[in-house]
Design a protein around this ligand. Structure first.
Ligand code: IYR
Length: 226
């Protein structure tokens, strides 16, 4: 029997994997090496993607764990060139102000190896923008307000799943955080319980796509065993 009721709630039997230690080492190593090849990309091709792929990516993201399983997120998929243009113009206005007046000299210096500036052409070039909104609270059908929990952590994990799914599909993405990004609420007409969390252009990389030659920290710098 693979279903039961515990304390009045339904349970299903967890499907265990049965890898041997050898298989586990191989799988974990291969996945690590695969994820090592993921890069943030800023130069996109205009080439389009089947909407079905985007739906699968979002389904994967929504399989992330979340506080009290509230799944406190909305993935807003923007394909319309007019809306993408509005987002680009609003993002560039904020980013110009940030780069010229709001960010510290140290911050500007830290970004130099990445070659970023306030110009954001990728917001129009990438075939899809996935705008992730976090939902701090919900209203039920009686209009009663209910809090969500660990909303930032939950959305962060879901975005991690999304980025892994994008890479697995052979596509590329950019985790873009125009700041402030409340203009997205207005342009995308989202309700008051949703706040913009991350803007993720998704697509194919440009024909010739260069990325900064970044090195990742060795395990000895990021991991301690107690
Ligand atoms: N949001 C700006 C600046 C920026 C900040 C960090 I921290 C980055 O890692 C990259 C960019 C922008 O998108 O250009």
């Amino acid at each position: 029997m693979s279903k039961l009721i515990k304390d009045g709630f339904p349970y299903v039997l967890y499907t265990k994997q049965t890898y041997t230690s050898i298989e586990m080492i191989k799988r974990s190593e291969e996945f690590s090496q695969w994820m090592e090849t993921r890069r943030t990309v800023r130069d996109f091709s205009k080439r389009t993607i089947e909407p079905e792929v985007i739906e699968n990516l979002i389904r994967t993201a929504s399989a992330a764990p979340s506080g009290a399983h509230k799944q406190p997120w909305t993935f807003c998929v923007v394909k319309d060139p007019e809306i993408k243009k509005q987002i680009r113009l609003a993002a560039e206005a904020e980013e110009k102000e940030s780069y010229e007046n709001r960010m510290s000299d140290e911050w500007i210096d830290d970004l130099k190896p990445l070659g970023t500036d306030w110009h954001k052409p990728f917001l129009e070039i990438a075939p899809y923008l996935i705008v992730v909104f976090k939902r701090s609270y919900e209203f039920d059908h009686n209009g009663k307000k209910h809090q969500n929990y660990y909303v930032t952590e939950s959305c962060g994990i879901a975005c991690g799943f999304l980025l892994a799914a994008i890479h697995h599909a052979g596509l590329v993405a950019l985790t873009h955080t125009p700041s402030p990004m409340n203009f997205l609420t207005g342009i995308l007409q989202r309700p008051a319980n949703e706040k913009p969390f991350l803007l993720i252009p998704v697509g194919y990389p440009a024909d010739e796509c260069w990325v900064p030659d970044l090195k990742r920290k060795p395990l000895s710098d990021i991991c301690v065993w107690i």
